[in-house]
Design a protein. Sequence first.
Lengths: 327, 394
Amino acid sequence: MTVMRYREAIRAAMMEEMERDSRVFLVGEEVGHYQGAYKVSEGMLERFGEKRVLDAPITESGFTGISIGAAMVGLRPIVEYMTWNFSAVAFDQILNNAAKLRQMSGGQLTVPIVFRAPNASAKQVGSQHSHAMEHFYAHIPGLKVLAPATPADAKGLLKTAIRDDNPVLFMESETLYNIKGEVSDDPDLLVPMGKANIVRPGKDVSIIAWSRMVHVALEAATELAKEGVEAEVIDVRSLRPLDETTLVESVTRTHRAVVAHEGWPYGGVGAEIADRLQRLAFDELDAPILRATTLDVPMPYNAKLEQHVIPGVARVLENVRAVLYRS
Amino acid sequence: MRPAIDTSAYGIHASSTASERPAPSAARNPHDTEAPDVVKVLREGDTLDPTTDPRVAPADVLRLYTAMVRLRLIDERLTALQRQGRVGFHIGSLGEEASILGSAFAMRDKDWIFPCYRELGAALLRGMPLQRYLDHMFGNENDPAKGRQMPDHYSWKAGHIASVSSPIGTQITQAVGFAWGAKIKRDELAVLAYFGDGATSSNEFHNGLNFAGVFKAPVVFLCRNNGWAISVPTERQTGSATFAEKGIAYGIPSVRVDGNDILAVIKVTQDAVARAARGEGPTLIEALTYRMSGHSTSDDPRAYRPEAGLEAWKELDPIARLRRHLAPQKLWTEATDAAIEAELEAELKAAIAVAEATRAPSLDSMFDDVFATPPWHLVEQREALKKGPRPKGH
Ligand SMILES: Cc1ncc(C[n+]2csc(CCOP(=O)(O)OP(=O)(O)O)c2C)c(N)n1
Ligand SMILES: [Mg+2]
């Protein structure tokens, strides 16, 4: 075990997999000489050279399509976007090609590829730089979507993603890059996809979250404990495939659930989870499932407004109290 | 073989033989501005090239000089405010003032400008009040963008300035559509679209030029080739020797200009506007200039480029060059800059104080402008936010 930052864990996963498999390469804007917009790829150009760490011209759709082509010929690209916001420019390649080539070719062509970038709100980056893009992508059959909250999961899940034969979208967070945690040194330790993690057990209410919101949920749980409420916090980690079983079992114990996520409420992954829980655990529920999400407006820049739009501890608490009928 | 297109306006860039081309990466070399195809007006020895001189009235030249000096000082101040944590971000135009102000000056008031993000100077030249800009930089209640956009992402409809948009290149196609739509409506105007060398890699650049070439949209494409796209130098952005030759491929007359020579920038932009007005369609201008500072307040260029390269460009500083032209005519004296600075300082100080003291936009305001009329669910959210906790979640 080594204590490392989230960004270092991601780098370790990429470097170990690149050592292990010469087909793996990294491409993106500023990933080489600049070592990544958030310094995730520090030292990688030096270690692997310009053939395997490529600074791409500014065209997300271009280097996404090029990487899909490279994956089809047998390489295993890791595509970094400066942020997931800019993947919007490449959306067609991801939706219409990465996600569907296997299916459209009847299984003849495959696209083993990882797309990764920081996601969701950062601090005061305004309406065009703050999107929680997992909701868009988790909608699409053929894509897997991961959103780790800790350095250990960041490393283990990214390694799994790189070894996977499907397109995998990996949601990081600018707000998590600096957090530290214990990470395994075993180059073969993989964290499986489709497995949620109960990060804090409790019996009164399930708070279901991923990425940064796991940390917010844990803070909320600490607050709730002071009120005598024992909240169970579940880190979903893998949005697609989804660990339905762990979620249903948790709600079967607690009978109440709040899904806490960044991103707009309308048609998001939280709505998907709420749908599954009400279908699969209807008789266990003592209250409607609520969601603590970003407000349904584009993100403002002004710090005072922004803090009201991004879901925080207060919004999680508010919703937990509502499902407990305490408000 | 030469493509069968008319580039007679400048007689350049029709060449496609490798031997005639400047060496790749030359655009980053200040000496490249000496290449024979690069339009210049300001010459060594403080004379003007009579064949290209746009004959700008002395009062206007002085106004532009003042605007360049002011812009540089405003950049300095905003950078300082960012360092002090008082504004969140700034993206400046150090070294690129002539490319920006010269091109904006050449446009007529009725023309529209679709900025990239480094063209504050164009908005100020059009008369955008400094107070309005600072309100935006602080994202306060008086910010026309209502505190929603990152700093330096202004828009100013009254001054015919479209919105700065973060994703690279988006303004290029929008400018083309605006210009083409105006032509359909018989609004006689042209559109100036600004973008950087990096943006020429975006889809929007190629789509925009292609459409404008086919439909003869009245657009002036102004590529600020400042040598860098954040940390990526031009030679890793394109395999072409110049950016101007990309316009030729789309059937668009294209020209390289010394972007640090404000009179030359005015000349080529005026010619482009005249072409547009004659119904002849778009022009691509590649302005050779240099980003003397970091990309924005978010990066430190020392991490990726040698400081030594800056020295040669300092020799070509656009402000110093215009000053050398103004001084012999007594349009500039030792006192000029100090006077400009003193006047600006008073204005800036007052505007910053007001902007900083102005409160944040109200919480209610966040729900406006998402749709033309707020739908019921936003009205509900707005009321809930004002009242506090909402029983049924968000
Ligand atoms: C679609 C998209 N991808 C990436 C970015 C990040 N980004 C912001 S500015 C920039 C460089 C642009 O360089 P250039 O076009 O040369 O303009 P300059 O900054 O030099 O004026 C990049 C990559 C972005 N804003 N949008
Ligand atoms: Mg540039």
